[in-house]
Design a protein around this ligand. Structure first.
Ligand code: NAD
Length: 249
């Protein structure tokens, strides 16, 4: 198993991409802390993991609040004694161009998608530094790599995650902590449900995707598994694009 004896925290683990990552990590031997805002959703991921013989813990946490994130780290250390892997996956999308995006929406998206990634990393790093090894995987987006019309706050937040990843990789690479990101294309989850129900929008996504399909949460989970495992020990500050070829042109 590729994550045997590892302890992983996955934020936003109650649904979509985070849930797929949590379940795959557990299958590969990790003990998984499934963190997020909705206990019922987190618990369903934990139940799924336990059904196949894995070990997991649900912890409610709001990644935009440092006290909440601090509590998440404490609960993880109390239960499992260490943190080997942090997946900063929690995120929200709110539509709007620069004129229509409200200040409140901007603050909300930046607080969860960008500041949340910073806060969880800040809180988990001391424990990784103490053990002299660690892996952080940030879930960015191709919207942080290229522009996406009508997505001002989201593009800004994910762009911040992309360069925060590179910056933290420089600071913590010398301490044997690998910090990388994944930039998913369009993946079928609650976040994209609205777009994907619109036939025209779906057609336009497919037209831009050489692989000719919408991505699945597991497509991202496999990339996260690589970046969380010892196989990626020489990879740092990398933004692994998993988008069916969308940004290849
Ligand atoms: P999702 O809505 O199913 O997952 C997002 C999760 O984050 C939810 O479980 C939600 O409860 C949690 N969350 C939101 N705010 C939180 C907070 N303040 N504290 C803790 N948890 C919080 O959607 P998803 O598509 O699985 O998204 C997962 C990640 O992937 C997000 O960062 C998203 O931006 C990114 N992403 C998604 C796509 C896509 O096409 N679906 C593409 C690129 C990037």
């Amino acid at each position: 198993m590729r994550l045997e004896n590892k302890v992983a925290i996955v934020t936003g683990g109650g649904s979509g991409i985070g849930q797929a990552i949590a379940i795959l990590f557990a299958k590969e031997g990790a003990k998984v802390v499934v963190a997020g805002r909705r206990l019922e959703a987190l618990q369903s991921t934990v139940t799924e993991i336990e059904k196949s013989g894995g070990e997991a813990l649900a912890v409610t946490a709001d990644v935009s609040s440092f006290s909440s994130v601090h509590n998440l780290i404490q609960k993880t250390l109390e239960k499992f004694g260490k943190i080997d892997i942090l997946v900063n996956n929690a995120g929200i999308y709110l539509p709007g161009d620069a004129v229509s995006t409200t200040e409140e929406d901007w603050d909300k998206v930046l607080a969860i998608d960008a500041k949340g990634t910073f806060l969880c990393s800040k809180a988990a790093l001391p424990s990784m530094l103490k053990q002299g090894k660690g892996k952080i995987v940030n879930i960015a987006s191709i919207a942080g790599w290229v522009g996406f019309e009508g997505s001002t706050a989201y593009c800004a937040a994910k762009g911040a995650v992309v360069n925060l990843t590179r910056e933290m990789a420089l600071d913590y690479g010398p301490k044997n902590i690998n910090i990388n990101a994944i930039a998913p294309g369009i993946i079928e989850t609650d976040m994209t449900q609205g777009f994907l129900q619109d036939e025209n929008a779906k057609k336009s996504f497919l037209a831009k995707t050489p692989m000719g399909r919408i991505g699945k949460p597991l497509d991202i989970a496999y990339a996260a598994l690589y970046l969380a495992s010892d196989e990626s020990d020489f990879v740092a500050g990398e933004i692994l694009v998993v988008d069916g070829g969308w940004t290849a042109r």
